[in-house]
Design a protein around this ligand. Structure first.
Ligand code: EPS
Length: 388
């Protein structure tokens, strides 16, 4: 079973992930993980932190000579900003006086609920771990997981489809390769140059007024076989698992598959993806993909299409009303250095989070201890489908 945990604070020395259940024999391209980490750092609208960091992963276990050994893989990303924090993130009780406590919770962040729940007297104890900086570790894990799927032709791509009130529309008939090329060059990861200009102008306007912006990203995954996930038990349904994974990303507020919430407003005859059969490829086909690639919690073999809505970042440079947790007096929320808009980065996070969850489902279906064994299982299954 593939599983992982992350640890680390936003301004602590480093972020760490331990991934267990990685089978042996997969070639891991270290530079590929660093590439995804650098993609996560990009995007118009990010704050000062990204100028300080140059996220690079150090792999300290589970890989020898570029190949997985089957042992747990430990991934470490250093926080370069740690050195600027002096003793404020120290573990030594003698350094407590060095840190001025944060006492004015930001509406929208984990600040207040986390501080009350854990009975803390400094909101920093919550915000350091709740920060979206943690996604650095998750992107490293998802990027590693992506490299388990790549040899089987499974490919995930995410891009931005809306920021604030501006929707970005991809060119009609664009292939995934086209979308990758166009969105990778875009400053806000959209496939629509006109929308890009409007979004940049809106980010500038928000920055000028001390405000922030959210948006929507779309993840598309091609090359999936029919049959990942299962209808037989609630916690094995793939769409449910993907939704949980995606909603656990900081600032995520909603997930929809295929036509999503619109499915509740149309008739069944319009919605459901009619079935055909291609006798040459010896596979079942669909006339549409409104489901977004899952039925009954199982992949249909059509591309997976999932959208995630992200709320605007909760640190506002023109802060909202709050209350000081010590004095209970009305106050404005604390200001942490932050981003105006991190939705382009959220797309990369969603892409890698989905890759991880799909790799987990893939290994559940075909899983074994080595790549050779997995490939044999996978190819045998494809042949079984063809001769069905
Ligand atoms: C982030 C690092 C953080 C923030 C942001 C995401 O760095 P810092 O707090 O030092 O500026 O830029 O985190 C948040 C928006 C948040 O609310 O926690 C990153 O690496 O992505």
């Amino acid at each position: 079973m593939l599983r992982f945990l992350t640890a680390g604070e936003s301004h602590g020395p480093e972020l760490v992930a331990i991934v267990e259940g990685v089978p042996a024999g997969f070639e891991i391209d270290h530079a590929g993980i660093n590439h995804d980490l650098s993609r996560r750092q990009k995007g118009y609208g990010r704050g000062g932190r990204m100028a300080i960091e140059r996220d690079e992963v150090r792999i300290v276990s589970g890989i020898r000579f570029g190949r997985t050994t089957g042992a747990p893989v430990t991934l470490i990303v250093e926080n370069k900003d740690f050195k600027n924090w002096g003793k404020r993130m120290s573990i030594d009780p003698a350094d407590r006086a060095e840190a001025k406590p944060v006492t004015r919770p930001r509406p929208g962040h984990a600040d207040l609920a986390g501080t009350l729940k854990y009975n803390l007297d400094d909101i920093r104890d919550v915000l350091e771990r709740a920060s979206a900086r943690e996604t650095t570790a998750r992107v490293a894990v998802g990027s590693l997981a992506r490299q388990i799927l790549t040899p089987y032709g499974i490919d995930a791509l995410a891009y931005v489809v809306a920021i604030g009130a501006t929707c970005a529309t991809a060119p009609e008939g664009a292939s995934v390769a086209d979308l990758r090329r166009i969105t990778e060059e875009s400053q806000v990861r959209v496939a629509d140059p006109q929308a890009e200009q409007a979004i940049i102008a809106e980010i500038d306007a928000c920055k000028a007024t001390g405000d922030t912006l959210g948006g929507i990203v779309e993840v598309v995954v091609t090359g999936l076989p029919v049959g990942l996930g299962s209808h037989v038990q609630w916690d094995r349904k793939l769409d449910g698992r993907l939704a949980q994974a995606l909603l656990s990303v900081q600032a995520a507020k909603g997930v929809e598959f295929g036509i999503g919430f619109a499915a509740g407003r149309v008739r069944g005859s319009t919605l459901h993806d009619e079935i055909g059969y291609d006798p040459i490829a010896r596979r079942f086909t669909r006339y549409s993909n409104n489901s977004g690639g899952t039925e009954g919690g199982i992949t249909t073999g059509e591309p997976l299409r999932v959208r995630v809505a992200f709320k605007p970042i909760s640190t506002l440079m023109r802060p909202l009303r709050s209350v000081d947790i010590r004095t209970k007096a009305e106050a404005t929320a604390a200001i942490e250095r932050s981003d105006v808009c991190a939705v382009p980065a959220a797309a990369v996070i969603a892409e890698t989070v989905v890759s991880y969850e799909l790799a987990r489902a893939f290994l559940e279906k075909f899983g074994a201890d080595s790549r050779v064994e997995i490939t044999r299982n996978y190819e045998g299954y494809l042949e079984q489908l063809r001769s069905f």
